[in-house]
Design a protein. Structure first.
Length: 362
């Protein structure tokens, strides 16, 4: 029997692909942080797009050919004529020149170009690491989920733009908030996954960090504040009162609450109420994130604790400055960018707490 040669076929393997897994958690984590930085960039450009009223300048959604801008005068004129057909142009921009249209087109085009770049980079990274069998065990499904969320974000973006093409003169603030929160969900998932991978690179036996109750509550409170910020931008509620801490000469202006509307309608659609909520929920968010910073510091994670405290302080100052300046674009964009950085710092702190709880006892 020992002389019998086995004729069983060898396992199929793609030519050139390693036969054994070669996990590279540190390199994979670094690339995920690159993608997270690109998401931060698109949030910043998205803020500029909203503040410059550029979001409806491109009235078509073409994921492939849309990456090529108009190349001659005839193409530019065709794009401008398409914009002239929507309500926003007829209501606010009837005297706009082609040069003015090119300015707003630039920001929306850049916004979409970065979105395509994010999808491309993430797809290439996943493909390369999969081919090299370098994705650590247990992380493949998470990265595929991130890629799927990216595809969903593209659909949500068009769903948002479409809301302003037929009857409205701007996009729906609810859809705008959905678009922003989906981007921030991707951003947060990228950072948390990268932190898990860095832990794995330091210790091959490390477990993924647990999402603790405190971190969940703080993230939900901050998410609500970010949603209110998107509502404020979408409803142009920031222009309602350029004073702080009072709104005009009162903490809440007389007549600001619409008694003829429902409570839900006031909370979601009334610009004065939305600005009021955004002002004061900020302090609830401040306390929540500082609690995470405190617990992270006690766990020995001084880096994320300092990052949370610093970014929340800057964010509050920028929020006040945005109001007092009458929503100056550079300040308002910095406010949105810092809010995103605060979320990243909070995730860092929450991860540090969760990692401490999953670490084996000394």
């Amino acid at each position: 029997m020992s002389d019998i040669v086995s004729t069983a076929p060898a396992p199929f393997r793609l030519p050139g692909r390693p036969a054994a897994a070669r996990p590279a958690p540190r390199a994979f984590a670094a690339w995920l942080l690159v993608v997270a930085a690109m998401v931060l960039a698109i949030v910043i450009v998205g803020g500029i797009t909203r503040l410059t009223e550029s979001g409806l300048s491109i009235v078509e959604w073409d994921p492939i050919l849309g990456a090529i801008p108009p190349l001659d005068h005839a193409q530019w004129q065709a794009a401008f004529d398409a914009y002239k057909a929507i309500p926003q142009y007829r209501a606010f921009n009837t005297g706009m020149t082609l040069a003015g249209f090119q300015h707003i087109y630039f920001w929306e085009f850049l916004h979409r170009l970065i979105a395509r770049g994010i999808g491309t980079v993430l797809a290439v990274v996943l493909l390369v690491f999969w081919w090299r069998r370098a994705i650590p065990a247990g992380f493949g499904w998470r990265t595929v989920l991130i890629f799927a969320l990216g595809g969903l974000q593209g659909l949500v973006g068009w769903w948002m733009v479409y809301s302003g093409l037929q009857f409205r003169t701007e996009v729906s603030h609810i859809r705008l908030a959905t678009h922003l929160l989906t981007a921030l969900l991707i951003y947060g998932t990228l950072i948390w996954t990268a932190l898990d991978l860095f832990s794995l690179a330091r210790d091959p036996h490390a477990k993924v960090a647990r999402l603790t109750g405190l971190a969940v509550v703080a993230m939900l409170i901050l998410a609500l504040q970010l949603m209110l910020g998107a509502f404020t931008a979408g409803l142009r509620a920031g222009y309602a009162f350029a004073s702080w801490p009072e709104m005009g000469d009162a903490w809440f202006p007389a007549g600001g609450w619409d008694g003829a509307a429902t409570t839900l309608h006031n909370l979601v659609y009334n610009p004065i109420v939305v600005q009021f909520l955004h002002r004061w929920w900020a302090w609830v968010a401040c306390v929540a994130v500082l609690m995470v910073a405190h617990v992270a510091a006690k766990a020995g994670a001084r880096g994320p604790a300092i990052a949370i405290a610093a970014t929340v302080a800057v964010q509050i100052l920028l929020g006040i400055a945005t109001l007092i300046s009458g929503v100056a674009i550079p300040i308002a964009v910095a406010h949105q960018a810092t809010g995103t950085l605060l979320l990243g710092a909070l995730i860092w702190g929450g991860h540090a707490i969760g990692r401490r709880e999953t670490a084996p006892a000394a």
